[in-house]
Structure formats: C-alpha cells, structure tokens
Design a protein around this ligand. Structure first.
Ligand code: IMP
Length: 190
C-alpha cells in the first residue's frame, strides 16, 4: 500500500457536510456580481483590496480576477482572543500590511462576519492609519452580525448561524479547499 486511498478520503469529506449553503456555481455567479458592483462604485478611484488571512484567500482571488481594472492587494492576519469559539473583539495582528495606506481607498475583503467584532476593530485600525476611506466586503454574513455596529458595504450571502466551512472557511484548518460552502456536520465537532 503506497498511501491513503483518495476516494475514501473524498467520501469522508462529503460525509462531514450536513448540507450545502452555496454551490461553486452560485459562488462564482455571486462573486462576479460583487466584482461588477465594486468596479462601478470605484470607477476612476484608487482601490486597495486588503484580504484577511487565511479565510479570504478564495474570495480575494476570485474577486480580483473578475475585475477588469487595476487593483492592489495586500494582506493582514489577525487573531481574535475569545473564550472557546466566541470572539471577544480583542484582536492581535499576526501579519501586518506591507505598505503604507495613508490616503488610500481600502476595501477589506473578508470570508465571514459572525459577531462583527473582528471587522469592527480592523476597520477602525485601518482608519486610524490615515486611509481616505475604508469599506468592507464579506462573502458571508450571519444574523449575529447585527449586534455590533459594523457597516458592511458588500455581502455575498446572508446565511443562518450554523457553523460553515469551505471556500476558505475552516474547522481546525481543514475544509478550506472545498469549492462550495456547507454546514459542518455536528459529528465532526461534537
Ligand atoms: P467575528 O465576526 O469577530 O465573530 O469573527 C469572524 C471570524 O470568525 C471569521 O473571520 C472566521 O475566522 C470565524 N468564523 C465565524 N463563523 C465561522 C464559521 O461558520 N465557519 C468558520 N469560521 C467562522
């Protein structure tokens, strides 16, 4: 035996998904719409996309490629302190931007807004560095996001509060590579 049977691995992954929230086709169509909207809103303006690692990698790659204009891309990695799976809003920067953003028009690209605490902190942090404008695009938004005052300009899909994975979103660093978004089955983490 040379290694694990890839077919067994594959079927195990699909058993871990309770239901599909968005197929790869639905995601592709929605990202194209978002790119068109962003392209129109930022016509003739500067645009710096700031992706939040690692979850936003997929949406950033697809969004940027769907835009027929110049965009710059930079990345931040942040870690949100909290108890268990709850975000506290206290954020530590693990990887900062490479470039100065003074006077830049920034669009933060995020995978999901849950409580909104992380994005609330990130938006004020980037504003305090002298950015001309800071807006937010998120692929997914949960209803819990309404609890925190965070102004999200572009939303891919509004979803229920279930824990979802795929298209950049992980559970213990797995499932990010799924080309669809699905609800993780309880047996995986219960
Ligand atoms: P919050 O908006 O500050 O609560 O935190 C958002 C972050 O929590 C996201 O960037 C994700 O890393 C993580 N997160 C929240 N909900 C989910 C989910 O359903 N699946 C995977 N990660 C999630």
């Amino acid at each position: 035996m040379l290694g694990a049977d890839p077919n067994v691995e594959q079927s195990q992954v699909s058993q871990d998904i309770e239901r599909v929230i968005a197929t790869s086709e639905q995601i592709a169509a929605r990202v194209k719409e978002l790119a068109k909207q962003v392209g129109e809103d930022y016509a003739g303006r500067d645009l710096l996309l700031v992706g939040v690692l690692k979850g936003a990698v997929m949406v950033m790659a697809d969004l940027a490629r769907a835009m027929n204009r110049h965009v710059e891309m930079d990345w931040m990695a942040v870690s949100s302190y909290g108890s268990g799976t709850k975000s506290s809003g206290v954020v530590r920067i693990l990887k900062d931007l490479d470039r100065d953003i003074t006077n830049r028009e920034v669009l933060i690209v995020e995978d999901i807004v849950d409580t909104g605490l992380t994005l609330h902190w990130l938006k004020s942090n980037l504003e305090s560095r002298g950015a001309k404008d800071v807006q937010i695009l998120t692929m997914l938004r949960k209803p819990t996001a309404a609890k925190v005052e965070v102004d999200v300009k572009y939303v891919g899909f509004d979803i229920p509060t279930d824990f979802v994975v795929g298209y950049g979103l992980d559970f213990n660093e797995r499932y990010r590579n799924l080309d669809f978004i699905g609800v993780l089955a309880k047996h995986v983490y219960a």
